[in-house]
Design a protein around this ligand. Sequence first.
Ligand code: 6PG
Length: 241
Amino acid sequence: MSLALNFAQQLRAQEALHAQQLVVHDDLQALSAAVAQRIAASASAAITARGAFHLALAGGETPRHCYQKLRGLEIDWAHVQIYLGDERCLPQGDPQRNDSMAQQALLDFIDIPQGNIHHIPAELGAHQAALGYAALLEDSPRLDLVLLGMGEDGHTASLFPDNPATESLEPVVPVYDAPKPPAERVTLGLATLNAARQKIFLVAGAGKRDALEQICRGKALPAARIPGAEWHLDRAACPGF
Ligand code: 6PG
């Protein structure tokens, strides 16, 4: 690991992101390995303390490498409950769904009971799926860890800048008119994401630099509205000052 920001810049970015911690990794591989280790450590601590680990996975492409690395770590998967932070309203099994990515990168390779995997039923449409998932979460304990990505426009999960879903107080929110396809989605609301015990952002690539710079200049993009998260960046994503 090496830092692409000097100490003052790092502090400034950490403050703007309201981050508990900001770590800059050399590249996506190093970032993915480090976050996989963090997840394994959190799983072990939660299972020891409370007998279960409730984990919400991020979608998009960045976490794929981290999920692949998780396969090789010693995790007591029988005591892990898996959720999705957001889902795209597409038919079950569609390769563009976030749960399909998680399945191919991780779930197909680990020894986890099917009943421990809680898909968002986005194939029912955003409204129905959000109601169903909210009911499920209401009967579930507080999430231990939420993994999050950040889009080039500063969105996180499916909370997009200027989209009404981002202002919703509901635990799970239907999303319409998303600028990243598909337009219809379902997402955990800001309140649910913020209520998790631990939040970890995985952000890699030069395409993310502009949004991070905007946040550092004070713009309250959705990703900056989850205080107390750990931010893991690669050097390419680091904001220039
Ligand atoms: C989705 C996501 C979304 C994603 C970011 C980052 O459905 O696309 O859940 O919030 O995490 O857009 O995506 P990348 O990692 O692919 O850049």
